[in-house]
Design a protein around this ligand. Structure first.
Ligand code: TGC
Length: 395
């Protein structure tokens, strides 16, 4: 696999185990073979390459942090490194890995019954089944506590009514993890609690419509979802998630992957800028020999190094079971904010060529706008950190 300018300077390898380097190298090779050659065309055509999903499963990347049920049981840092390499190719594909593994599979693995795990996890790990995670609603995603989707009991069944928006993969998924407010769940958790339900997407009343007109994440799919009288058996509910801590627990997993993933997109932009700076001549010499260009490259490299070291620090904490939501907010806020700044600086070094698909930079920049918004906006993470610092909630 290619050694990047970043690898040369930082020697992140020295901080990784042989197993972690193996995951990183396999993901880098996978992205180079399967994603990089086709992603510009897919992005242009707004095409999600569904047929790649089983290959991701075969590589072991889906739900790789989970144990059993065909999952790899890898460590947090290995998972982060894979997210980074996949997102260096395209944020849409890292989003797929996150939605499938961190959100949908984590929800089933953490909160599901043995029968639910047996039914869904092996196929999802193999990439023969796709899952989605339906939390956000049309009025906005920052306050899931305001959700209006409801699940009510009807005899032994559940009946769900409501709407969700920005749900990745919903139109392709086999199963949706749907979060809904229950009137009375019969489990003693009280009225109006939020519960999770496994909804096979073939169920009558479930309808997913891809959102069009996106100028970001064009090689992946996000949907509007309608749930009209979706009738499910009693055992469709995830028994071990009661309240918003259920979906938030899954968001913690996905946000951790983003801490690493956004650094991958940034590294791709950085590599493009370094490569071009040594070739493109202005005023009779490569622009990489200009002090202003070197200052930009140096600032980008500093943020990349800090971002990767922070990701690694959080990964080690996660492996010790010590990672807190506030720490994840620091990582997500920093990684995406700095990745966008790096993408913008790289674009300026590439000049006019930087706006074309000859370089990945504008695609990454456009994708990162979505990453900045989903899984908690910058502002939400600032407020989580602010609450940690002051003890005062300002939401
Ligand atoms: P509050 O409503 O008071 O707390 C509810 C319960 O949740 C617990 N909690 C957490 N648990 C685990 N991890 C976390 N990070 C948690 N954050 C909160 C909390 O302790 C409480 O538990 P309990 O047992 O006492 O009931 O909420 P809060 O005041 O703690 O949080 C407010 C705020 C703003 C931080 C939270 O609402 C938030 O994080 N909002 C942002 C939500 C978000 O990220 N939405 C975007 C989702 S992205 C998406 O759905 C798309 S997936 C990608 C795709 O499909 O493509």
């Amino acid at each position: 696999t290619r050694v990047t300018a970043l690898d040369r300077i930082f020697d992140l390898d020295a901080l990784l185990s042989e197993e972690e380097r193996g995951w990183r190298d396999r993901a880098r090779a996978f992205a180079a073979e399967h994603i990089a050659p086709v992603v510009d065309d897919d992005w242009e055509r707004a095409h999600f390459r569904r047929e790649l999903v089983p290959a991701l499963g075969e590589a072991g990347f889906l739900g790789m942090h989970l144990t059993g049920y065909g999952c790899a049981g890898a460590g947090a840092v290995s998972y982060g490194l894979v997210c980074s390499e996949i997102e260096a190719a395209d944020s849409g594909w890292r989003t797929f890995v996150s939605v499938q593994g961190s959100l949908a599979m984590s929800a089933i693995a953490e909160y599901g019954t043995e029968a639910q795990k047996e039914q869904w996890l092996p196929g999802m790990a193999a990439g023969t089944l796709v899952g989605c995670f339906a939390l956000t609603e049309p009025q906005g995603g920052s306050d899931p506590g305001a959700m209006t989707t409801v699940a009510r009991r009807d005899g032994g069944d559940w009946v769900i009514d409501g709407a969700k928006r920005w749900i990745g993969l919903a139109s392709l998924a086999d199963v949706a993890v749907v979060w809904a407010r229950v009137e009375e769940d019969g489990f003693g958790t009280g009225a109006r609690a939020v519960r999770g339900f496994l909804v096979p997407t073939a169920t009558a009343g479930f309808e997913a419509t891809p959102i069009t007109g996106k100028l970001s994440m064009r090689a992946s799919v996000q949907c509007d979802v309608r749930l009209d009288g979706v009738r499910l058996p009693a055992e469709a509910m995830l028994p071990d998630a009661a309240g918003l801590s259920g979906p938030f627990g899954c968001l913690n997993e996905a946000r951790f992957g983003i801490v690493w993933g956004a650094m991958g997109a940034a590294r791709s932009c950085f590599d493009a800028a370094v490569g071009r700076a040594s070739e493109r001549e202005v005023f009779g010499r490569p622009i990489g020999a200009a002090q202003l260009t070197q200052a930009k490259l140096a600032d980008m490299a500093v943020e990349l190094e800090k971002g990767y070291l922070l990701a690694l620090h959080l990964g080690r904490a996660k492996e010790r079971g010590a990672l807190t939501p506030a720490q994840i907010s620091v990582g997500k806020l920093n990684a995406v904010r700095e990745a966008l700044e790096i993408a913008h600086q790289a674009r300026s070094i590439l000049a006019g060529d930087g706006i074309t698909s000859a370089f990945p930079v504008m695609r990454h920049a456009a994708n990162l706008e979505s990453v900045r918004t989903y899984e908690g906006t910058d502002e939400i993470h600032q407020l989580v950190i602010g609450r940690e610092l002051t003890g005062l909630g300002a939401f």
